[in-house]
Design a protein around this ligand. Structure first.
Ligand code: ADP
Length: 360
């Protein structure tokens, strides 16, 4: 907002336009006037005022219509409606359509000044909030690029070199050195995976990954995820039971994040399972949702800890021997919420856990 606030008055009454303009001039505000709705909207686009005063009763486009159009041009615009006698009801209607305040006719210069000052305060607050939001978004983007370039890339390079050395490409290694390097490589792998989770969480929180929703095929996505985690299942001697339904309707979603969601759930079902355990995955079409369940025969989660597992960095002590960042389920929950869905978990210690996801 510039040092001199700019106010637009839209009213079909010349006297009203003149008297308001005079009051504003004395206050040190700039003002512009328009005699009907269309002219008002045109001027609004041209001068982008800090505040608009709109008369509700005007020939042609009435105040409510003008208000609705103003809000589509700039949802953050601050508008005060001027109402005649006995039109409080329409003032209430105007507030429902986004007017910030109303001023009943006739009003004194003091009343006008008071309402306009309050409206300008509101405008200042909106501008500050918007600028803070932009700063926060900028910081988030800087954070993402800092983490990915300054942390992930060098770690990946170190990891790559370790793989080369461990692969014997730079000569034979004494057994003890090999063990040390293997431990290092393992720790770095954990760090890279933590950084990836962090970056994903930050990108999902920004909405960047879920703005583009397209029709997606869940049986296809789940099959891809199962193929992806199969090597881990084999390593842990866990069997995955998954029979993709045929002719399953598409849902509106973001393929990349849905893959991430199911990878996290199925990965956990394998990680927190027992040797020779099983993971059952089902996909059903209920009346309003696609329902996915991921059930395992693993270590389970105590009842009192179930409400905590979707929190960032939470790890139940029962599963601490398994590696993890404690971010997977919070990412999963955010993805489900971005799809307007729900997720919940039921579990019995020693018997297993079932995660259910409903996607509209
Ligand atoms: P991470 O697995 O990286 O620790 P998550 O956010 O994916 O983080 O999960 C949070 C915690 O919830 C895990 O540390 C574990 O204690 C518990 N958990 C998640 N999935 C399961 C599961 N299928 N069986 C048992 N415990 C689980």
């Amino acid at each position: 907002m510039s040092s001199k606030p700019n106010i637009l008055i839209i009213d079909d009454d010349d006297t009203m336009l003149d008297s308001c303009s005079q009051v504003f001039a004395k206050e040190g505000y700039k003002s512009a006037t328009a005699e009907d709705g269309n002219q008002g909207l045109q001027t609004f686009r041209e001068i982008q005022p800090d505040l608009v005063l709109v008369d509700l009763k005007m020939p042609g486009k009435d105040g409510i219509q003008v208000l609705q159009e103003l809000k589509t041009i700039d949802p953050n615009c601050v508008a005060v409606v001027i109402t005649g006698y006995g039109t409080i009801q329409s003032a209430v209607e105007a507030m429902k359509h986004g007017a910030y305040d109303f001023l009943p006719k006739p009003f004194t210069p003091d009343e006008l000044r008071f309402i306009v000052r309050r409206g300008l305060e509101r405008r200042r607050y909106i501008i500050e909030t918007e600028s803070l939001r932009r700063d926060k978004e900028m910081m988030r983007k800087n954070f993402v690029s800092l983490v990915s370039h300054e942390l992930r890339s060098p770690l990946a390079a170190v990891q790559q070199n370790l793989i080369v050395i461990l692969g014997g490409l730079s000569g034979d290694l004494p057994e003890e050195t090999k063990k040390i390097l293997q431990r290092m490589s393992h720790r770095i792998k954990g760090l890279i995976s933590l950084i990836n989770d962090w970056l994903n969480l930050s990108r999902i929180e920004s909405g960047e990954m879920t703005v583009h929703m397209k029709p997606v095929r869940l049986p296809e996505i789940l099959t891809e995820v199962v193929d992806l985690v199969q090597p881990l299942a084999d390593e842990n001697k866990v069997v995955i039971d998954w029979h993709p339904p045929v002719d399953f309707p598409t849902i509106l979603g973001n393929r990349e994040t849905l893959q991430m969601l199911f990878t996290n759930l199925i990965h956990n079902a394998i990680k927190y399972n027992k040797t020779n355990g099983k993971v059952f995955i089902t996909l059903e079409n209920t009346e309003h949702h696609a329902k996915v369940t991921v059930k395992d025969t693993g270590i389970g989660i105590p009842q009192e800890k179930l409400p905590l597992i979707f929190e960032q960095f939470y790890r139940a002590k029962e599963g601490k021997r398994v590696e993890g960042s404690g971010l997977g389920l919070s990412i999963a929950k955010k993805i489900v919420e971005a799809h307007q869905g729900t997720i919940d978990a039921e579990s019995e210690v020693g018997k297993g856990t079932v995660f259910t996801v409903w996607l509209p």
